[in-house]
Design a protein around this ligand. Structure first.
Ligand code: SF4
Length: 341
């Protein structure tokens, strides 16, 4: 059990590298630096948004913190327990408390299984760890969960392909919440859905969070979706966190040039408030050989010589530990660009 002062999840200097092998002798040629020293705490009932372009390591981070990928280095604590130090059986039991919602429900739901069987699976995997020990009790509970996520009871005997994208994501959500977890890692849960359906699914997630005191880590590639749901946001670039702040603070006072570019890319519905869009040149560099110094320097419009050699630490802005940025010149740059944000 964790008290209010203990984070539900605490990750410290987490790294996840994927080795690359090749050549005649299948030698180790290098590593993909997917997650490169990420630290943060998440408290019960909170939503942490993790934002960044494709390839920035955010999905790997989500899987590494659930120990679906064993970390290369660093620590993941859940309710104060270091997941690396516990026996596999205990880790398996703890997984009941940590679930995941995937981007594409069609890929994550077995098309050969009925919705009833899909939702029964977690109860069977975690047999003996809950009160639903008979098929009858499980069916009653699954019908209740279907109702909870806005699906008809008749969904029980139907198959995933018979549902729309939004309904399939509701099935994915139902599976994730079936065992009443504490933490749900949501990996781009609405990006494959039509805009009109996105808000319905987000509303459902917000309601479930309130009712079940869920903690979300909400991964997304743009800030507009996360703005709606997150209490705090970590902006990631090439495996590192470049800015970490409360949602309001991040939108009002984005300190990192990359965050500023992401915010300027959010469409402004009011034409009278038209803002200057900051277009980032080039693509995200390869995580196999990230640029030295500040990883962002080849694309940063404010880069200087120091940035090419010196990696900036994630440090508090104006002594405020709740707003941290990894940029040598953040204050000066914010002063220059703030009128255009
Ligand atoms: Fe840009 Fe330098 Fe700041 Fe990196 S440290 S974001 S390159 S100004």
């Amino acid at each position: 059990m964790n008290d209010a002062n203990t984070p539900l999840v605490s990750i410290k200097d987490l790294q996840k590298y994927f080795p690359i092998h090749g050549g005649v002798f299948y030698r180790h040629m290098g590593d993909v630096h997917a997650v490169d020293g990420v630290s943060f705490d998440v408290y019960q009932g909170e939503t942490l948004g993790v934002v960044g372009e494709s390839g920035c390591g955010k999905s790997t981070l989500g899987k590494a913190l659930l120990h679906l990928y064993p970390p290369t280095a660093g620590q993941v604590e859940f309710e104060g327990v270091d997941l690396d130090t516990i026996p596999t059986k205990r880790l398996r039991e703890m997984r009941k408390e940590m679930q995941m919602i995937f981007q594409d429900p069609m890929e994550s739901l077995n098309p050969r299984m009925s919705v009833g069987s899909i939702l029964e699976e977690p109860f069977i995997i975690h047999k003996g760890e809950h009160e639903f020990d008979t098929a009858k009790k499980r069916k009653t509970e699954i019908l209740r969960i279907l109702e909870e996520v806005g699906l008809p009871k008749s969904a029980f005997d139907r198959y995933p392909h018979e549902f729309s994208g939004g309904q399939r994501q509701r099935i994915g959500i139902a599976r994730a919440i079936a065992l009443k977890p504490k933490l749900v890692v949501c990996d781009e849960p609405v990006s494959a859905l039509d805009v009109s359906v996105q808000s319905q699914v987000l509303n459902l997630m917000v309601r479930l969070q309130k009712e079940m005191n869920l903690t979300y880590i909400f991964i997304a590639h743009n800030l507009s979706v996360v703005k709606y749901i997150a209490d705090r946001i970590c902006v990631m670039y090439l495996g590192r966190v470049v800015e970490d702040a409360g949602s309001q603070a991040l939108y009002k006072k984005p300190m990192h040039p990359y965050t500023q570019a992401l915010i300027s890319a959010i469409p402004e519905p009011d034409p009278a408030l038209k803002k200057e869009k900051q277009v980032l040149e080039g693509d995200v560099p390869s995580p196999i050989k990230p640029p030295p110094g500040c990883h962002f320097h080849p694309r940063c419009p404010h880069a200087r010589e120091q940035c090419k050699v010196d990696a900036p630490e994630l440090r508090p802005v104006d002594g405020d530990e709740s707003h941290r940025v990894a940029c040598h010149f953040a204050e000066e740059i914010f002063g220059l660009v703030s009128q255009n944000l």
